[in-house]
Design a protein around this ligand. Sequence first.
Ligand code: ATP
Length: 237
Amino acid sequence: MVSGFREGVVCPQGLIAHGRGEAFDYLLGERTNPFAVKAIEASACALLTAERPVISVNGNVAALCAASVVQLSSLCGARLEANLFYRTQERMKAVKKALFAAGASEVLGGEEDEAIIPELFSERRRVSREGIYSADVVLVPLEDGDRTTALKRMGKKVIAIDLNPLSVTARAADITIVDNVVRAVPALCAAVKRLRLKERQALERILAEYDNERVLGEALEAISSRLNRLARGELHG
Ligand code: ATP
């Protein structure tokens, strides 16, 4: 993250958001928990059954897991879009450069074809017309709550990766993977590889059975029971 910051990929606010994420990761035991595995499986199904899937990439994602988002995009046919909350032309260029260096053949965002997300203000409302604006399924690994809510109002199916099960994004998304992006994106690649061999109907069944509220509840239960066990001396941090 620090070298991403020095290279102009990560912004100062991104460093603070990363710290927030690390605190939750610690509470969750720094591993991919069973509730995250369920969400990863449902996300793979949503991406594989989508007509126009898009993966939104911000500075933190480009710094932490550029190679795995590029791999995921080619595995499930999703387009990559550089989409920054704190947007400057230099940072857009730096994020795109990181994705191309990781093997991307195309990265949308910051071009002439921009559209506006309704109800949002400032630079953060700009998206690619061909990308997020016309997508049916959008994967937002790390996203701000207002933007996630606006994407939902536009009728998109939103998949979020967010270590904080209480964030607005985690609550507003259709599928929330409560896990660190560095573990979740490679796990999503593996799930896509496995599930793409299945019939569409089977994927739709997994999606229909998925319950995001329950998964978020399980994440909170996991934090609470881990803290209780740590307090009783049954676990070591
Ligand atoms: P919201 O607006 O959704 O209520 P927020 O104000 O915390 O949440 P942001 O700072 O835009 O929103 O989002 C960053 C989110 O990403 C935080 O919830 C943080 O816990 C989470 N996060 C940070 N680093 C990681 C990471 N490496 N993997 C997964 N989640 C992360």
